[in-house]
Design a protein around this ligand. Structure first.
Ligand SMILES: [Fe+2]
Length: 203
């Protein structure tokens, strides 16, 4: 298989518009989630992720400049991402208003996982384009991907771990807090799966 093939520039731009909107939504979601967090370690973790998400937004803004793209260009796909982001913030606020603090914290964790699933996929796709095409665009995408990818692994896999353990505790069972994914500094899907399998031994 040829390593370098020609990418669809219009769809790569669409991916970048969605990625930027995802990071902007992420800033709002973390801001709401931090307010909803009860566990101090989780609050601290999300504060760190909020700072990193701000950095990702800047990495993308810089990439748009380098590629000569408009950061404010709209698209139907971008509008959907913006809608999803606002909905997740609204969901956290709804829970904070109506539910117990512990229940609102669970909602916030689920909302972060949903947002980070999209964010993680965006960056994996940016990495895919970088790896499978050549030229200046590929180089710029690769540099942005390398600056961000490890953060995105933490954001998704570690928050998934928090979400699962907080749910398990709420059901009346012993939980591993902070979650195994965080203790073991998980950075891959395989690592996350291993950490989850070892949780019983970490109780
Ligand atoms: Fe991000």
């Amino acid at each position: 298989m040829a390593k370098a093939s020609k990418h669809d520039s219009a769809q790569v731009k669409e991916l970048l518009l969605q990625a930027l909107e995802t990071e902007r939504g992420g800033i709002q979601i973390y801001t709401a989630a931090i307010e909803a967090a009860v566990n101090d370690d989780l609050k601290e973790e999300w504060q760190e992720y909020l700072d990193e998400t701000r950095t990702h937004e800047q990495v993308l803004t810089r990439l748009f400049e380098q590629l000569g793209l408009d950061t404010e260009e709209q698209s139907p796909g971008r509008a959907v991402v913006a809608h999803q982001g606002k909905s997740l913030v609204a969901a956290i606020q709804m829970a904070m208003k109506r539910a117990t603090a512990e229940a609102a914290e669970l909602v916030a964790a689920e909302c972060v996982v949903l947002a980070e699933t999209k964010d993680h996929q965006n960056w994996e796709l940016i990495g895919h384009v970088a790896e499978h095409s050549s030229g200046d665009t590929a180089k710029l995408l690769k540099a942005a991907f390398e600056a961000v990818e490890q953060d995105e692994d933490h954001h998704l896999y570690h928050t998934k771990g928090w979400c699962r353990e907080l749910w398990i505790r709420s059901l009346g069972f012993p939980a591993v807090l902070p979650p195994p994914e965080e203790v073991k500094k998980v950075e891959t899907a395989i690592g996350a799966s291993r950490a989850e399998q070892q949780r019983e031994r970490m109780l």
